[in-house]
Design a binder for this molecule. Sequence first.
Ligand code: ACO
Length: 431
Amino acid sequence: MAQSDKTAKLSFGDTELELPMYSPSAGPDVIDIRKLYAQGNVFTYDPGFTSTASCDSTITFIDGDKGELLHRGYPIDQLAAKSHFLEVCYLLLYGELPTAEQLEDFEGRVTNHTMLHEQMMNFFRGFRRDAHPMAVMVGVVGAMSAFYHDSTDIGDPWQREVASIRLIAKMPTIAAWAYKYSVGQPFVYPRNDLDYASNFLRMCFSVPAEDYVVDPILSRAMDRIFTLHADHEQNASTSTVRLASSSGANPFACIAAGIACLWGPAHGGANQACLEMLREIGTPDRIPEFIARAKDKNDPFRLMGFGHRVYKNFDPRAKVMKESADEVLDLLGIENNPTLQVAKELERVALEDPYFAEKKLYPNVDFYSGIILDAMGFPTSMFTPIFAVARTVGWISQWKEQISDPQLRIGRPRQLYQGATTRDYVDVENR
Ligand code: ACO
């Protein structure tokens, strides 16, 4: 924990408090309110945690006004251009870029854990064929704690390490099998001579009757999607993982909780919702109608893929994703795809509209990732599972950091209670 170098004065009624403040290595100063209740008998009120730091962390930093995202200090655009997903995983997990030997060792360890316990196949088969792959992932990842008992003791650093590697290694297999099950095709086993992204694409698109030969441009685009989604500091799903973990829950249960949270359309579900919205718009001439709806206070409709809680500037991941979208569509020869035309025109119109400019609503990473995944042949229902595959390393890194923190306490927010005060029970015949 950073040392207190200044204080904040808080006065209310007859009470005057001096609260410690900390200066982070980047970002705004933080007021330490941990003793506020004990010393002042008040709580703070911050639904949505817009002004509350829930932990101290050294993993990821976002400057939303500048549109900057750093992993262990390295800008995301440099990582997307020069690095690759497994190297970024190493960086997030262990804090530094690996040497060549460390990377080889890490890749070997991940590769050795890509297969699932054979009995887990029966677990998949228990779901309905039309189950959403995210529902299957929540269930299967939660069930990992029933299959891998030897890595559930969170007090043992070795077991924590094994659980981390298992989750990163097995998540593509789980997502691919959820997909295969939904389309009625046989499960495809991982192949350890392929890189992480190529292996995932092959497990999704290969069938026993015809192998899937992975195009390096598609594999690179998939790897970039994984890299760009790897971590995003204390977002809703990561905070969910941390809150679940604060009770001492095992890593598989915590990551299952993160997947459940990611599923929501305001978070990881936005890429699916965005592509569905682009299809619903259908043709560029209908864009004004949807822009008008997004601006109408009486209409709950929002432009999916626009806006972000933290970025009040262009999402730096969206810039890289846009380049990738151009590369993939060029390779597949589908520049004239109607959904893409709607997306490009919608982006242009929204960025010129004063409503979106004033509210600092820019396209986010999900605006472009859906277009790429659609072009690769993924159904919209697979968009969020792919996000979950990528984010697993972020969840795991944050979980490991939290577990090793000697100050760890169970997460237990307070509330502003607005309900009835004490009243006596009334028997049913007298109500
Ligand atoms: N379309 C239209 N108006 C919007 C949008 C949008 N996409 N997003 C925000 N606004 C408006 C709100 O109506 C609100 O207007 P008001 O101040 O007049 O009431 C203002 O902008 C601020 O919105 P909030 O909901 O307070 O912003 P918040 O930070 O809580 O929400 C969120 C961020 C959830 C991402 C929001 O922008 C949204 O719903 N976007 C669409 C869903 C989406 O793309 N999510 C992906 C996020 S990225 C990720 O998870 C990887």
